[in-house]
Design a protein around this ligand. Structure first.
Ligand code: AMP
Length: 114
């Protein structure tokens, strides 16, 4: 576990979260401050700081991550209506938690300004 990493603490069960799916080294839980009716965070259990460090995951983990994101959207019945998947890196990207994560958002029409 990276020192004082919030999402590593959630992965370890030391901090509670509303987990909605977990398999193949990936975990998904509801965002604590949702910006859409569905706002799930998808997190690889292995710590890498952001997408810029994705080489720190194995090729299998990288592939599983994409399939896992799609499965989370399917779990929430978002395929028909649509959804958005984003990840933030660094200051300009407004990343606030420095453990790679994907925002899966949907359940209503999303802003077209970002
Ligand atoms: P980012 O700004 O891309 O780094 O996104 C970090 C996200 O983590 C934000 O949407 C926060 O609302 C969310 N977040 C922060 N703390 C928690 C927590 N304890 N459980 C669930 N989501 C969290």
């Amino acid at each position: 576990m990276a020192d004082a990493c919030l999402f590593c603490s959630i992965v370890a069960g030391a901090i509670p979260a509303e987990v909605v799916r977990r398999e193949n080294g990936m975990i998904a839980f509801n965002d604590i401050a949702p910006k859409a009716p569905v706002h799930v965070l998808v997190v690889p259990e292995r710590h890498v700081d952001s997408l810029a460090g994705v080489e720190g995951l194995t090729p299998g983990e990288r592939a599983d991550m994409l399939a896992f994101i799609a499965a989370v959207a399917r779990d929430h019945d978002l395929e028909g209506t649509g959804y958005r998947v984003t990840t933030n890196h660094g200051d300009d990207g407004r990343q606030s938690v420095h453990h790679l994560h994907w925002h899966v958002m949907g359940g209503a029409p999303l802003s077209d300004t970002m």
